[in-house]
Design a protein around this ligand. Structure first.
Ligand code: ADP
Ligand code: SF4
Length: 694
């Protein structure tokens, strides 16, 4: 296929100081959960993106000194020569494909707790950054930087920059965003200094200026120097001479860095979930930067549409199209645009499961791309897959996320696949969930897979086809994959999370009932101990339908786990906007049709809530009937020549969609590998010292 000329502008080279990006696709620094302890996993993850056409590939936060220590959250380091080789693995991998490599050197200032290094965090004025924010809490307040601290930080940055150059990086960052040290100097709330670093904006910008100069001096003309800067807070602040302080900061620094990488201030707005925010959401905050500097500007916005990207360039908003999540969901996005295969793009759905991986301290996971993070460990490539040694006839039962991914991957391996779905539409749980408030973008999980499956001649798909053992015996495939999903139960939990039986009443519902179109009658209580999105989103859904709805949970927040996906603050805001009464720290113990009894998880105190219906959003249980029935008739199954029966997705272990997709993919890759199974390679740190070229 040929490139669409409308998109040619995206493939123009862009000069960034002394280096040149081969095109405008720029993978900005992003958390990947891959520390220097996983150098091969990391290099392969990033190499795949370079292979897929991203012109610049950056690291995530790379600490310049043990005084910037985010442990147990994952981060990279450039503390000494021992770190150089681990990074060089990545730069070599990226360079193999003609891309540039960037390193996001980083000092966390007052936003890190130095839990491992036990050094006092550094700050302009001793004020912590979000120190009481769930997930970031620490008990160590930062010290106020004195003269020797300034000298030290500038030296760490310069030394790290030199090491970065030795490691082969082409672009070296100064980070002044997201609450980290440089940014703290820019904001008067955190910077109360009365010396040359505090007060008017010209002074507050001084530290960032010195960091840029120190970096430039260290790398000379070998590397470009990028400034990553948050602008949300600054833009909201009127300037003395210009429209806002953001305008003033950019003007003051306009000629210093070779590149501006512009972003928002906090993870929930910078990396906002599609449930609450659309594509290109940064534009109103960062749209002015290019007017104030001649240096190239990169920014993000969960861009997956080439038309949106071209529009950003043509309208003079950005020079380089930044991508973090779109590059995880589809490392081959640029190549697909270049080769006129736009309909093959696996578009990011904005679920932020990738971010949750960082919060969990593990390598990145992605709902759309099951191969993310598995490139080296399991040898999975997002685009290429080995054909099966022997073509088999495989029946996949269930057309939800797991079944679709499994059928697609089996088809790509050259098997003859029959996919049967009992319902009238493909998508399983997604068929309902994508109709809930804010979740329509998740339909891309379905669209991508159906789009690919529909053009595969070796895959047949049938709707309205519930299959049981008899049908399976009649079809007599070589193998069966059961991806029949899971059902929500009416089970309740006691405060210590001990199951305490089911709550049975004609007006006790589960999300499955709502999916089938049943609308609870009268004032309704959503009782949620699933803690992910479903409880909150159903509450919004019912409120939107005019049902009087309240929400209760044993957790401390509504949809408590969504802290991991950056959604929690916005969930609370959405429920408040709907005037939903939220009760936390309570379990549901009884319901008589008119009153629900809620018990405080710590005090045991009871309170009564008048309601006519209850929706329990709690445990899910695999739909295991088919597998049980097949096992019961094992003799007939064997006689029919069926070699194996595998379960995939929720039918195996109920979980989020990301797990179902990964499971479906894994089963398809591994079901014919026999007893030895697939390798799961274990990465390890590289500790050999390397002599720096500097
Ligand atoms: P997962 O996330 O694991 O893919 P889902 O619950 O989303 O699980 O999807 C499972 C799909 O399997 C549903 O669409 C359901 O209708 C379908 N299904 C369940 N049992 C059968 C069956 N016996 N025959 C065909 N399809 C089935
Ligand atoms: Fe996008 Fe979700 Fe994948 Fe993250 S996990 S890259 S938000 S699809």
């Amino acid at each position: 296929m040929t490139q669409d000329s409308r998109y040619a502008v995206l493939f123009e080279p862009v000069k960034i100081g002394p280096v040149t990006a081969p095109n405008r696709f720029y993978q900005v620094p992003h958390a990947s959960g891959m520390t220097n302890a996983l150098p091969r996993v990391r290099a392969a993850f990033r190499e795949t993106k370079a292979e897929g056409g991203w012109g610049v590939i950056c690291t995530g936060a790379c600490s310049i000194d043990p005084s910037s220590d985010d442990a147990p959250l994952p981060f990279a380091s450039m503390w000494d020569e021992h770190d150089v080789r681990a990074h060089a693995l990545m730069t070599e991998a990226v360079h193999r494909h003609g891309a540039l490599a960037g390193v996001e050197l980083w000092h966390g200032g007052a936003s890190v707790m130095n839990r491992a290094s036990r050094l006092p965090p550094l700050s302009p004025s001793g004020i912590p950054w979000m120190a009481t924010h769930v997930g970031f809490m620490g008990n160590l307040r930062p010290k106020t930087m004195d003269r020797s601290d300034f000298r030290a930080v500038l030296k760490w940055q310069a030394d790290a920059a030199r090491r970065a150059r030795s490691a082969g990086f082409d672009i070296v960052y100064v980070y002044a965003g997201m609450g980290y040290l440089g940014y703290e100097f820019l904001l008067p709330e955190y910077n109360h200094r009365v010396d040359a670093y505090g007060g008017p904006i010209e002074n507050r910008v001084r530290f960032v200026r010195e960091m840029i100069e120190a970096t430039r001096d260290a790398v000379g003309k070998d590397c470009a120097v990028a400034l990553r800067i948050s602008l949300e807070e600054l833009r909201a602040r009127p300037g003395r001479n210009q429209e806002s302080e953001a305008h003033e900061v950019i003007s003051l620094l306009a000629d210093l860095p070779d590149l501006f990488d512009v972003k928002m201030d906090s993870s929930p707005t910078d990396c906002s979930a599609s449930r609450f925010t659309g594509e290109g959401s940064h534009e109103p905050v960062i749209d002015f930067v290019k007017r104030l500097t001649n240096k190239p500007v990169v920014g993000v916005g969960r861009f997956t549409s080439p038309d949106t990207m071209v529009s950003q360039i043509r309208r003079g908003i950005l020079d380089l199209i930044g991508g973090a999540r779109p590059s995880i969901a589809d490392p081959f996005l640029p190549r697909k645009i270049k080769e006129g295969r736009v309909d093959e793009i696996r578009e990011c759905i904005g679920c932020n499961i990738c971010i949750s991986s960082w919060h969990d301290g593990v390598p990145v996971r992605c709902t759309q791309n099951p191969t993310a993070g598995e490139e080296w460990r399991r040898g999975w490539h997002p685009e290429h897959i080995e054909r099966a040694a022997r073509e088999e006839r495989i029946l996949v039962v269930g057309g939800g996320p797991a079944g679709l991914e499994c059928a697609l991957t089996l088809g790509r391996r050259g098997h003859h696949v029959t996919l049967v779905e009992a319902g009238g539409a493909f998508g399983g749980r997604l068929a309902f969930e994508t109709r809930l408030p804010g979740l329509s973008t998740w339909g891309r999980v379905l669209d991508y897979r159906l789009g690919r499956l529909n053009i595969m001649s070796n895959v047949e798909m049938f709707l309205g086809s519930p299959v049981g053992v008899d049908e399976i015996l009649e079809l007599a495939p070589d193998r069966v994959v059961v991806a029949t999903g899971a059902a929500w139960t009416r089970m309740l939990y006691a405060p210590m999370e001990i199951p305490v039986g089911h709550l049975d009443h004609p007006r006790v519902f589960t999300p499955d009932d709502l999916a089938q179109g049943r609308l609870p009658e009268g004032p309704t209580l959503i009782f949620d101990f699933d803690n992910y999105y479903m409880g909150g989103v159903l509450t919004e859904h019912l409120a939107g339908q005019g049902v009087a709805v309240s929400y209760a949970t044993p957790a401390g927040h509504a949809s408590a786990w969504t802290i991991m996906t950056n959604e929690l603050p916005l969930v609370h805001r959405a429920l408040a906007q709907r005037r939903v009464c939220v009760t936390t720290l309570h379990v549901l113990t009884a319901f008589d049709g008119d009153t629900a009894v809620l018990k405080h998880v710590f005090t045991g105190e009871e309170r009564r809530l008048a309601c006519r219906s209850i929706v329990i959003v709690g445990l899910r249980s695999p739909r295991g009937e088919l597998v049980a029935a097949l096992e019961e008739r094992a003799g007939e199954v064997a006689a029919a020549g069926i070699r194996s029966i595998e379960r995939a997705g929720d039918a195996l272990a109920p979980g989020a969609i990301v797990h179902a997709i990964h499971s479906g993919h894994r089963v398809a890759r591994e079901l014919d590998l026999g007893e030895t199974g697939a390798p799961y390679r274990r990465d390890f740190p590289i500790v050999e010292p390397v002599i720096s070229r500097s």
